[in-house]
Ligand binder design. Structure first.
Ligand code: GRF
Length: 203
């Protein structure tokens, strides 16, 4: 396979980076290569993981209101230099703005630890547990300007047991994420798809 055939992704993350590590482990021919790690938290554990893997890291703090556009413009330069095909959010704690959405339409994805549209936003696993749902799970979706609101690509359910704690449920949802996300990302890069209204469809 020539260098040009390799699909390149940028992972955006703010925190621990277990999804980054799962994505990294799934790299390969016919799948993708992680060419860039972007973070709004310099020094976050995920930036250390990526640096240790030899992945290029671009990390800068966003300072104050109105800085997101400038931050995204700087990110864009790195994305273009690295010839990124798909942006993969993995625990990135910021909304994506028009600067990136307009250049990567339907080419930005996110994973969220609930069955959307239930429990968007932060602490989704705790929200679901406190609500008393019997089934929750993980959702991979396209990113739009809203909070966890874009068209749904894939979902996997996780049953809530009688003696569930936040720790046990978090562990099970994360292990579902770590399998679902890399496989879905690879499929997106190699299988045509279209979006009609809210409906995502493989073609
Ligand atoms: C994951 O649960 C993901 O669904 C959510 O943020 C969490 C990131 O965890 N968007 P990690 O940093 O990948 O461990």
């Amino acid at each position: 396979m020539s260098e040009q055939d390799v699909k390149k992704i940028a992972v955006f993350a703010s925190g621990t980076g277990t999804n980054y590590t799962a994505l990294k482990a799934y790299e390969g021919p016919g799948r993708y290569q992680i060419a860039l790690l972007v973070s709004d938290r310099p020094g976050a554990p995920v930036t250390v993981r990526a640096a240790n893997d030899g992945v290029s890291v671009f990390a800068e703090e966003i300072r104050g209101r109105g800085d997101r556009g400038r931050f995204e413009a700087r990110i864009l330069e790195h994305l273009k230099d690295a010839r990124i095909d798909l942006i993969v959010l993995a625990g990135y704690m910021r909304l994506i703005g028009e600067t990136l959405l307009s250049v990567y339409p339907e080419r930005i994805v996110n994973i969220h630890p609930s069955l959307l549209p239930a429990f968007p936003g932060r602490e989704a696993i705790a929200q679901a547990l406190a609500y008393g749902v019997k089934v929750t799970g993980a959702t991979v979706h396209l990113v739009d300007a809203g909070l966890d609101s874009g068209p749904i690509i894939a979902q996997q359910a996780v049953e809530v047991t009688e003696d569930e704690t936040l720790e046990t449920l978090t562990t099970r949802i994360h292990s579902v994420e770590h399998a679902l996300y890399p496989q879905t990302v690879a499929r997106l890069l190699h299988t045509p798809y279209r979006v009609r209204g809210r409906r995502f469809e493989w073609v």
